[in-house]
Design a protein. Sequence first.
Length: 94
Amino acid sequence: MCGHNPLHHITNYSRPEPAQPGMRHFQVQAATRPCPSCGVPVQEDFVFCPRCGSEILTACPSCHRAVQTDWTRCAYCGTDRLAAKTQASTHSHS
């Protein structure tokens, strides 16, 4: 092997144009999904929608990982979020 990058021989690719002469500008695309309330694309890790202010992510009451507010069960630990929410509200009214 000659030690060269195997992509060196590819000729039909394009590089982004620099934003200013002498500077390289790379645009990173973040993964997005639609806000469940207003539909605007938001980054997957956003907790609140920057347009309408709706809460998109919340913490699981058991494992404390970020979950979507409309999930009924935590995808990470399996906690039934509806039952946990009911128990929490029952204990807070006692």
